[in-house]
Design a protein around this ligand. Structure first.
Ligand code: CTP
Ligand code: MG
Length: 168
């Protein structure tokens, strides 16, 4: 029972975390990135998403998250299809988080507690639930609890390593 819970936890967690982490890496590799909102403004006069969300970052997240899922599927954990859905969900949720931040008047890169840490995960889980089907509730609850602290700690290390400009 514990082993099965752990497998389901990993199948959900790894694609989401990998997809969420890799856009920051592309930001260090690709200097000229294309904004996901094409530089456009919303009706409130602010950017739709802002320069923190790029097409290159989105694609890198989906590709690497799916690749991580494919690697795990070789060990009998999750599947490629599941990880593609989770990776796309993660990147959509990440962009949705920025959309909400901009509507609240928060600048790109500003901290938004819970939104920054959970929007990607909840959107990925919702998409998984919609396209894949049944989802282990215990695994979801555990993920919602452990993700904010893991996100904060890993972002702090990414900042210390010079990958990110902000420690959150
Ligand atoms: N990034 C990217 N493309 C994405 C997501 C992220 O290029 N789709 C890169 C950007 O360089 C971004 C960095 O990863 O600055 C960190 O991501 P995140 O913290 O999500 O963005 P913020 O800059 O904080 O912007 P926002 O306030 O909109 O969340
Ligand atoms: Mg941020």
């Amino acid at each position: 029972m514990w082993v099965s819970l752990l497998r389901q936890l990993l199948a959900l967690m790894v694609p989401c975390y990998v997809a969420n982490a890799f856009p920051v890496v592309t930001a260090r590799i690709i200097r000229y990135r294309h904004p996901l909102d094409f530089g456009r403004k919303f009706i409130d006069g602010r950017r739709v998403l802002g320069d923190g969300k790029s097409i290159e970052g989105f694609i890198a997240g989906v590709l690497l998250g799916s690749l991580a899922g494919l690697s795990m599927s070789l060990f009998g954990i999750g599947s490629l299809t599941e990880s593609i859905v989770l990776s796309i969900g993660t990147m959509l949720g990440d962009a949705l988080g920025s959309f909400v931040k901009r509507r609240l008047g928060l600048e790109r890169g500003s901290p938004a507690p819970f939104l920054d840490q959970l929007a990607f995960l909840l959107t990925a889980i919702l998409l998984y639930w919609f396209f894949i089907g049944t989802i282990n509730l215990a695994a979801v609850v555990i993920l919602i609890i452990i993700t904010p602290p893991i996100h904060l700690v890993s972002n702090f290390f990414a900042y210390k390593l010079g990958l990110k400009d902000k420690p959150w």
